[in-house]
Design a protein around this ligand. Structure first.
Ligand SMILES: *Cc1c(COP(=O)(O)O)cnc(C)c1O
Length: 239
């Protein structure tokens, strides 16, 4: 990735600058894309250091690891997003400790999250994970099943359906990177024609956030570009 000359220093500033430049190239306002810092496998102190620079949103994939960090960083006003595969016996803790879940792909999970969301908290923000490139991936609802799932989830009282999330197969050709992102954006537009009022396109990671922003991403999920290479703990495998 390009190392841009900047008066600001460090990986957070570099990622923010990539986002701003991508917004400018796309003719979109600078502040229309939120940065989710994906902190799986990173110790709490690394998150604390990023929070000290102003980062508020953090994304975690593994529940037990996430709960430890949420507790260790409870003195900070952070916003926690669950972005990993969900096991149905873990929904209660997710409903209790997170503000957002990006990886809902089955009605049963959504129903459990809704029922288990504590009444004193605002509704849990939900993105439906879509299997956009029809890969061999086991995660993500298919495009054919998505409209019915979206309508059902939109009616659950403990949830607020916000948008769609996808993890396209890794692709190093910048032109090809656009295709699944464009498909996801068009899919959300079609759902909105049915009155769903979705406002969140969770797409784009360290290697493809420019393409995602060009296609309308409103939230990019960035790990490696902020924290360096991960030693263990893969992201959800696309296949
Ligand atoms: C790990 C992960 C990311 C971040 O990927 P990077 O390539 O490290 O930026 C984004 N989204 C999901 C769902 C992940 O699991």
């Amino acid at each position: 990735m390009a190392i841009t000359s900047s008066s600001r220093a460090g990986p957070l500033a570099a990622v923010q600058q990539r986002i701003e430049q991508a917004c400018q190239s796309a003719g979109r306002p600078d502040n229309c894309v939120q940065l989710l810092a994906v902190s799986k496998t990173r110790p709490a102190e690394m998150l604390r250091a990023l929070a000290a620079q102003g980062q508020r949103r953090f994304g975690e994939n593994y529940l037990q690891e996430a709960l430890e960090k949420i507790q260790a960083l409870a003195d900070l006003a952070l916003e926690w997003h669950f972005i990993g595969p969900i096991q149905s016996n873990k929904t209660r803790a997710i409903a209790e400790h997170f503000a957002w879940v990006h990886s809902v792909d089955r009605l049963k999970l959504a129903q459990r999250l809704s029922a288990q969301r504590p009444a004193e908290l605002p509704p849990l923000n939900i993105c439906l994970q879509v299997n956009i490139s029809a890969e061999q991936s086991k995660s993500g609802v298919s495009l054919t099943e998505l409209p019915a799932l979206a309508q059902a989830v939109a009616h659950l009282p403990g949830l607020r359906l916000r948008g769609l999330m996808a993890i396209p197969a890794p692709c190093h050709d910048p032109q090809q990177q656009h295709l699944p992102f464009r498909a996801l954006a068009e899919t959300m537009a079609r759902l909105n024609e049915q009155g769903l009022g979705l406002d969140t396109l969770s797409m784009g990671m360290s290697d493809d956030l420019e393409a995602a922003i060009a296609e309308g991403a409103t939230l990019v999920r960035v790990g490696t570009a902020l924290f360096g290479p991960r030693v263990t703990g893969d992201m959800q495998k696309p296949g």
